[in-house]
Design a binder for this molecule. Structure first.
Ligand SMILES: [Zn+2]
Length: 504
């Protein structure tokens, strides 16, 4: 019997397969890894030395259990105790002496040996055929359950199920081989699983999605030093040599904060643009995870790379996102609106990943009761970001034009202060004609209130010239409008804001 494990084309199992190959490395079991398969060469477990193989395997699996357990202090008794990491969808038994006990026997240290033996005994034979990987086997170790595949509730969409075979779901789940079980359950204890838990709400997992197993293995190894697995609520390091971890507000900000360090510190030839986000709810008896496939377009990777300059990095997440605040106009409500800041951070990250500049610009707009504020550093990064992301690829605006937009933005901000609706009229302008009408309404305020400072009427007519020049290019028009909206909304940073903001 030849044991060749083929690539699953399923992110969960393929990541589990790499965890398995890492264990084979540890126990010095030779294997061949190619783009599409993993083939153990010596097959100790086939030729006599099965006991040695399974023993070694279980020792290393036991060692990996620590990846899903955190040592912590009981808030009430102050005693040391263990907790299971929140994202793990493996059920727990009652703790014994403060130690986590899993219902899945493979992660129950005194039973790992016997589970592994059973797994390999059950593989030998050809009574059944696995619905997922196609291999023949004697009998299953377990049916397909969430413990080895979190998406079990969505199993119909699996590529392994051939259409036309009209079996009931329950039949498929029974024809699930011990190899798939093992790889699926190992994916949980992967030390390169990227995670973030928002307490009381949800956990977010991030996995790389790669079509070449050899690249996937190298890639996963490459970012291990960017993670800090001893932390319960997240493992993305603020910086490679810091133990602190990022407290990202939601899934896209989590991905961006990871990806920024990834581009910064991983060999460029190991680039991975395709990532998989899994969202696991923390409440409810049935935990239905959602998944999102995210692809970083070349344009976005280029912008991020341009911002990460070696000597003086201007980081999108660690600079711009983390130093952009939302201030309440009425400071009796507190200086900053932290809830809305989280929405902003997530919105900026999502629209940036999706290369959606209009949506990105909309997040800057003032709301009733509050406005955005940036530190000087964040403002510099924003200028650079707008330049690399929109102005340079557009290839239509000179340096002078950009200054015009900034001055006009400041002018609009000062003229329309306390008139938020004017911003939204400008934002809704779908063509140069509407744009002109909205600008007229704003400039009328100049006549009404001549005491306004920092108003440059010339810049407004210059912007109108810019719009007229580019009126036949709808994309350029949209970009010019959105850049203007951003500059009008941020109004220039206030020097005091960073100081105040740091005093939360
Ligand atoms: Zn299988």
């Amino acid at each position: 019997m030849k044991v060749e494990i083929l690539r699953y084309n399923d992110v969960w199992f393929d990541n589990g397969l790499i965890v398995f190959s890492n264990i084979l490395d540890e126990i010095e079991e030779e294997y061949e890894l190619s783009e599409n398969s993993l083939t153990p060469l010596q097959l100790n477990y086939e030729y006599g030395d099965e006991e040695k193989f399974t023993k070694n395997l279980s020792i290393h699996i036991k060692g990996l259990i620590q990846n899903i357990i955190i040592d912590t202090e009981d808030k009430v008794t102050k005693e040391r105790k263990q907790v299971k990491k929140d994202f793990v969808l493996i059920q727990e038994k009652k703790k014994i002496g403060g130690k986590v006990a899993f219902k899945e026997n493979i992660f129950s240290e005194d039973k790992t040996d016997s589970v592994i033996q059973e797994v390999f005994t059950n593989l030998k034979g050809d009574k059944k055929k696995c619905f997922l990987c196609g291999r023949s086997f004697k009998s299953n170790y377990k049916n397909l359950q969430q413990a080895s595949y979190p998406f079990v509730t969505k199993i119909r969409s699996l590529s392994g199920i051939r259409s036309g075979e009209d079996l009931k779901l329950s039949e498929y789940i029974k024809d699930y081989c011990p190899q798939c079980y093992l790889l699926g359950v190992l994916a949980w204890v992967d030390s390169t699983l990227i995670y973030r838990t928002i307490p009381g709400h949800k956990s977010i997992l991030i996995l790389p999605n790669m079509e070449d197993l050899t690249m996937l293995k190298k890639l996963k190894q490459s970012y291990l030093n960017q993670l800090n697995n001893n932390n319960r609520y997240g493992n993305i390091r603020i910086d490679i040599d810091k133990r602190e971890t990022e407290n990202t507000p939601d899934k896209y900000s989590t991905l961006v904060s990871f990806y920024e360090n990834f581009i910064r510190y991983t060999e460029p030839n190991l680039n991975c643009q395709n990532w998989y986000i899994i969202e696991i709810p923390l409440s409810g008896s049935v935990k239905n995870p959602k998944y999102f496939n995210v692809f970083f377009d070349n344009r976005i990777v280029n912008v991020l790379t341009k911002l990460i300059r070696k000597d003086d990095p201007m980081l999108f997440y660690r600079g711009f996102i983390k130093e952009t605040y939302f201030f309440n106009n009425d400071t009796k409500k507190g200086l900053r609106n932290f809830d809305y800041e989280k929405i902003l951070q997530e919105g900026f990250c999502q629209s940036f990943i999706n290369d959606d500049f209009s949506k990105f610009a909309r997040y800057f707009l003032p709301l009733q009761g509050g406005h955005i504020g940036l530190t000087k550093h964040a403002r510099q990064i924003l200028d650079k970001l707008i330049y690399e992301w929109r102005i340079k690829p557009m290839n239509k605006l000179s340096e002078e034009d950009v200054k015009t937009l900034q001055l006009a933005g400041l002018t609009i901000a000062n003229l329309s202060e306390n008139h938020v609706s004017l911003f939204y009229k400008l934002e809704k302008a779908k063509n140069p004609h509407d744009f002109y009408k909205a600008m007229q309404e704003i400039t009328r305020r100049f006549v009404i209130d001549e005491t306004k400072r920092n108003v440059y009427p010339g810049s407004i007519s210059n912007v109108m010239d810019l719009v007229v020049t580019n009126q036949d290019d709808p994309k350029a028009f949209e970009d010019i409008k959105n850049i203007l909206l951003i500059y009008a909304s941020i109004k220039g940073y206030k020097k005091t804001e960073k100081k105040e903001a740091n005093n939360e």
